[in-house]
Design a protein around this ligand. Structure first.
Ligand code: PLP
Length: 470
């Protein structure tokens, strides 16, 4: 990085450069506010990046959820919205796209992922049942708990270690799962909750081998296996790249093979599927579907729109097709990796290997002087915003929330700050600016003093909690 001759991206990393498989035809100007205004905005937002106005943000890496750029084909599809209350043609296009690519038989749209999580939790969990899963996700676990379920983490130990470079840190540890089933009895397991990739572990993938073993295990014990398919496309990329036997298969083939190991899935289409809003729930079992189809009317809308406009369903149907294209996925993950390579070159501590949707900075390693009660990852997100107007998100003790039984904080091993890359939105130059800001904050790490929480909402506190400097 210290070379004074200009170098292409490929030269910098000793390989040929690649470029995005699209060109830009519409732009949205960015705003850049000065440091004094950023300081003021941060205080007003209670040191919580979720409470900043987007106009106060320069490069927005809060989330990859609903923040993607839609294609010209998707925008054209929006104009073909059939806004009939019932039986919209766009619903049938969506159903066909999901059946084709994810392979499930029965589908309801939902307004976004958590709408689907709510429905599956209500129909598939009986009060007191256990729900083993490969690390928790905030909204997923909350819906499972609100339905009376008890979440149990059965992910491999490597997932909790940011420095461990194992290729499939999203895998379920079969020994842990077997123990839960043995201790609680198969009848007390609502289902196995499998996320691919695993957001809270750093966007880490699940191997096909693990999915197949789980299929066999669950089949043997009469337990259902449900998939959080939110970033399955990105998971398929890692299988193609890392798992023997998959290099010659397409992302679409791998994604379908993975789904075929499971009994159903919920989806936040705001990620992989390149739309700004939308989700779905799909299962293969008709009896279960009947319950879902009945309940969706109560919480989302009729089963042929599930809280979405016809135009949204059309954009999603087209987005599903586009999301499965190999060159798209390669460039999407390539951009995340580019940022990772820059940071690695500067020895910035982060989750390894770099996952599919984000760089997860290791806030414990940034700030060894802070305890988890001083919110290191929240502090790091605030410092980054202050330095450059870049918005990131806490994924540590604040996101982990409180134990539903004891009321005490969950103290996760991972205390991370997430730089999440929206799809098809930012350029390589933006990534350079982000990397330099992370470096500047890392260089100033010794001065960080941490935060205290001064307001804590009851549910999903990370969204609305407020903090003050210590
Ligand atoms: C893995 C995973 N599952 C579920 C959800 C919930 O989806 P939504 O935000 O669309 O409600 C998210 C959102 O971030 C997610 O990352």
């Amino acid at each position: 990085m210290s070379n004074s001759t200009p170098q292409t991206m490929g030269q910098q990393f000793g390989r040929r450069s690649w470029a995005e498989p699209w060109k830009i035809k519409m732009v949205e100007p960015l705003t850049m506010v000065g440091r004094a205004e950023r300081q003021k905005a941060l205080v007003e937002a209670g040191y919580n990046t979720f409470l900043l106005r987007s106009e106060e943000v320069y490069i927005d890496l809060l989330t990859d959820s609903g923040t993607s750029a839609m294609s010209d084909r998707q925008w054209a599809g929006m104009m073909t919205g059939d806004e009939a209350y019932a039986g919209s043609r766009n619903y049938y296009n969506l159903e066909a796209a999901i059946r084709n690519h994810y392979g499930y038989r029965y589908i309801v749209p939902t307004h976004q992922g958590r709408g689907a999580e709510h429905l599956i939790s209500q129909v598939a969990i009986r009060r007191g049942q256990y729900v083993p899963g490969n690390m928790y996700f905030t909204t997923t676990r909350l819906h499972q708990e609100l339905a009376g379920g008890v979440f149990v983490d059965v992910i491999v130990d490597a997932a909790h270690d940011p420095a461990d470079r194992s290729p499939f840190k999203g895998d379920v540890d079969l020994a842990k799962l077997e123990r839960v089933v043995r201790e609680q009895g198969a009848a007390n397991i609502a289902y196995v909750s499998l996320a691919a990739t695993v957001n809270m572990a750093g966007g880490q993938p699940v191997s096909m081998g693990n999915a197949k073993t789980l299929r066999e295990f669950c089949g043997r014990h009469g337990i259902r296996l449900f998939l959080d398919a939110t970033r399955l496309v990105e998971n398929a990329f890692f299988i193609q790249e890392r798992e023997p036997g998959y290099a010659g298969k397409s992302i679409a083939q791998i994604a379908r093979e993975f789904c075929d190991c499971t009994d159903g899935a919920w989806m936040s289409a705001k990620k992989d599927s390149l739309v700004n809003i939308g989700g779905w729930l799909a299962v293969n079992d008709w009896t279960l579907f009947e319950e879902i189809r009945n309940l969706v009317v109560v919480y989302e809308g009729l089963h042929t729109y599930g809280g979405l406009a016809g135009r949204d369903m059309e954009a999603m149907a087209i987005g599903i097709e586009e999301s499965m294209q190999d060159d798209h996925v390669r460039s999407r993950i390539g951009q995340v990796r580019y940022l990772g390579e820059l940071l690695e070159d500067w020895d910035i501590p982060m989750v390894q290997p770099v996952g599919g949707h984000a760089i997860f900075l290791d806030a414990r390693a940034f700030y060894p002087q802070l305890t988890q009660d001083q919110y290191p990852a929240q502090t790091l997100a605030a410092e980054l915003y202050l330095d450059s107007g870049i918005r990131s998100m806490e994924r540590g003790v604040v996101s982990a929330g409180r134990d539903a039984v004891t009321g005490g904080h969950h103290y996760p091993k991972l205390e991370l700050t997430r730089l999440t890359i929206p799809r098809r939105v930012y350029t390589q130059a933006h990534m350079d600016v982000v990397a330099e800001s992370v470096k500047a904050v890392y260089d100033g790490r010794a001065a960080a003093r941490g935060l205290k929480m001064v307001y804590e909402p009851r549910y999903l506190r990370f969204f609305q909690a407020r903090f003050e400097p210590l």
